[in-house]
Design a protein around this ligand. Sequence first.
Ligand SMILES: [Zn+2]
Ligand SMILES: [Zn+2]
Length: 427
Amino acid sequence: MELREINVLENGQVCPECNAVIPFNKGYVSWCDCGFNLDTPSAGKTVTKLQKLYERLGEKRGDGIYKKLSGQQKLRQGPSLSKGMAFLLASLVHLISIGSLTLGIFFVIFHNNNYFLLAGGLILLGIAWMARPRVPALEKGEWVISRQDFPGLYQVVDQLADAMKVTKIDGIIITGDFNASVTQIGWRRKGIVTIGLPLFSILEPEEQLAVLAHEFGHISNGDLTRSFYIGTALYTLQTWYELLEPVPIDEYDNFGLFEIPVYYFMVFLAQIPYSIFFLLVHLLFDASQKGEYLADNRAAKAVGYQHLISTLKKFQFEEAFHLKVRELAVRKKEINLFEAVKEQINSMPVREKERLYRIAQLESSKLDSTHPPTFNRIQLLEKFRTIPDVSAVNRVILVKMQKELETQHSRVQDQIIEDYRYYLNMW
Ligand SMILES: [Zn+2]
Ligand SMILES: [Zn+2]
């Protein structure tokens, strides 16, 4: 009896939930088959109201969307009722915006001798200005890398664009995020690919191409145009809501008899843009979830499903990256962050990899609030097993791209560490 107890302490520990003995690896999380310590860490990600709404919708509707798609013989985009409704609602919002802007201008120019109409016109113009559509711009410290300095990278995105039959992108940005994306910047809607070096540094060349192909899949879907058209409508609705929503009643010292009906009238009015906003987000949700699966499928057609799957599995290493950043920021060691993370992953015990893999199978594991669960994405890719006839970009060029990205390690590392220290000092 006593002997057994000693063994437990030396080779493992006891699960506090089911009392089973679980293996122990120094420096890693201990977990158990019963589910103990197998939940997703929400590593300090900022969560906005909209993201929360998306998470809730994901819990409620994500499964249904996945099942519907996996029941199809072939993934098709096709028009859908929800997409059409979303388009109509967004158009209505844009029409009201344009209408009130026009009316405002009309009052100010032709009725400026009537103070009542002039005031009304100015208010309309003010609202139009506040709710004006904004286009994404480059953030501070971001710049487009030049074609001369990064010929391999541009060759890869150009050839991939040709293979996937989308318009060539205008520029590439390299950042310190564990992510990648494609956006349209400015009023001229320039196509910009953002490459997060932390993510790319742990990927093989074919996997890097797979990430780019998924992003190009969104261009091919028309997701960017749709999210811009509907996104600006959402922004307008939000502004209307904020302007109409009255200050809460308990913040007034003395409420006059007259103010009470006005207050409730404003509360009622504010519900109108809020309800349309809510409805639009609902309609948009289905389309954007479907868009992610379609983007995966289009990417598989260009680069092969197996590279997408191995990439998706590596998303779970984000935690390892953040831990390394923290370590370097505090210890001020002179080592290559990216190499260190790779080494860490290579020397990870099998049991830790198993833990990460199990977490990836949880409903709540996804890249961000708009993407479907990683596990479902892998399942759908495995169902269709789509591969290209010829690879979109040959390996020689891919390796050239990888070498060019490596030249950015120390610059991006300095930036990441500096940002992290700045973040630490804020608290
Ligand atoms: Zn247990
Ligand atoms: Zn995506």
